[in-house]
Ligand binder design. Structure first.
Ligand code: PLP
Length: 411
């Protein structure tokens, strides 16, 4: 087995200026990473440098700044290609994030292939952004959505998935890691089965990108979507990976500058991929800073990140299991560093507010997974999600604070 380098959390924390502050008189403990992670200095500096030295519009100018901005932007396409191990940079499309990437596939692929009575398979643990775009296209085309159920442990029931697959299945769309439960899904197996049935599959890797090494070629994913802001990069940028032949087959998503070869009133010809899907001036600065985020993750390495986060997860579960009334939601065998739970007798919103009063940021509510909450018979949960800069001491402080709050306000 290869040795995984131990993580020096105190050094990593120094790279994140935002962590060095008090909230409500307590040191900030940021456990809302599944919603959005914080940004290292290198990402912030990349934005400052770009706007201070290199900004111009891309792809069209001949001057030096246009050349610098274009090469910075295209360089990140290559970095993203390596990050997900795509075959070619043209298979990487920059979008505003996972949501836009999924909408792009639903509109530009789904609308083209789906016919009345065709089926789309989703799962009960999808984020709304991997449900609603499919509902929209299904409604328009008369397609039917089928749903893979989730067990009480928070795992997909794969036998049911097999029963749902048929020659009518055109698209399967599924998250790699559930944002609400932390479950790591067996995507490799799920992809193989989708292909066996003749369907194409989209993997929502929004939660996987900061935790796991993604390899689209090994997975044989047809499409994969992720967001920069969940992996230490800026908001407003993400990628869609798509296999070349699928992207070439698809119609454009939006019309405008950049996505065309020639425009005449007698007719317009579209650009090649990836530009066919990047209409208008893109989010150049944030794409460039996304490159710094990719660098940050790769510098530490996914193995080291995973080992560290697993330790945090185990420590937190050990502490939380001692708390009376602790009810975990989702206890899958294969889990990322996300803990969803309720405390018997206390509303999750109240707990979230009382934790905030002690400087601890967690998320409460349905986490944009209302169908999953319906399945679990819950209104919502409290979610603590850990990142590379979180420390064992923060876990202690979280568990202690929770115990004190429960003593004070519990029944
Ligand atoms: C699993 C999953 N999919 C999709 C999304 C949507 O990502 P974004 O809001 O960055 O587009 C999220 C965000 O929470 C998520 O956790």
């Amino acid at each position: 087995m290869t040795q995984v380098a131990a993580l020096d959390v105190s050094t990593i924390r120094k790279e994140f200026p935002i962590l060095n502050q008090e909230v409500n008189g307590y040191p900030l403990v940021y456990f809302d990473n599944a919603a959005s992670s914080q940004k290292p200095k290198s990402v912030i500096q990349a934005l400052v440098d770009y706007y201070s030295k290199d900004h111009s519009n891309i792809h069209r100018g001949l001057h030096t700044l246009a050349e610098r901005a274009t090469s910075g932007y295209e360089q990140v396409r290559k970095m993203a290609q390596t990050f997900v191990n795509a075959d070619e940079p043209e298979e990487i499309i920059f979008t505003r994030g996972t949501t836009e990437s999924i909408n792009l596939v639903a509109q530009a692929y789904g609308r083209k292939v789906l016919e009345e009575g065709d089926e789309i398979i989703l799962s009960e643990m999808e984020h709304h952004s991997n449900i609603v775009p499919w509902q929209m296209v299904a409604e328009e085309k008369g397609a039917i959505i089928k749903v893979i159920p989730v067990s009480n442990f928070g795992e997909l029931i794969l036998e049911e998935y097999e029963n749902l697959l048929s020659e009518k299945t055109k698209i399967v769309a599924l998250n790699y890691i559930s944002n609400s439960l932390g479950t790591i899904n067996s995507v490799q197996e799920i992809i193989e089965k989708a292909h066996h049935a003749g369907a194409k599959i989209l993997i929502d890797a929004a939660q996987a990108a900061p935790h796991l090494k993604i390899d689209v070629q090994e997975l044989e994913a047809d499409f994969l979507a992720l967001s920069s802001h969940k992996m230490y990069g800026p908001t407003g940028v993400g990628i869609l990976y798509g296999k070349r032949e699928l992207l070439e087959y698809m119609d454009p998503y939006q019309g405008g500058g950049e996505m065309i070869k020639e425009v005449h009133f007698s007719g317009t010809t579209y650009n090649d991929i990836p530009y066919k899907f990047e209409a208008g001036t893109p989010n150049i600065a944030d794409v460039i800073a996304f490159g710094a985020a990719i660098d940050f993750v790769e510098r530490i390495g996914h193995d080291t990140i995973q080992t560290h986060e697993k330790e945090l997860l185990e420590k937190a579960m050990e502490g939380l299991n001692q708390i009376e009334g602790f009810e975990p939601v989702g206890v899958a065998k294969n889990k990322a560093s996300v803990i969803s739970f309720n405390i018997n007798g206390i509303h999750s919103y109240d707990l979230g507010m009382w934790l905030d009063a002690r400087g601890i940021a967690v998320r409460t509510g349905h986490h944009c997974t209302q169908p999953l909450m319906d399945r679990m018979g819950l209104e919502g949960t409290i979610r603590a999600s850990f990142a590379v800069y979180n420390s064992p001491e923060e876990i202690d402080s979280f568990v202690d604070s929770l115990s004190q709050i429960i003593k004070k306000f519990g029944k």
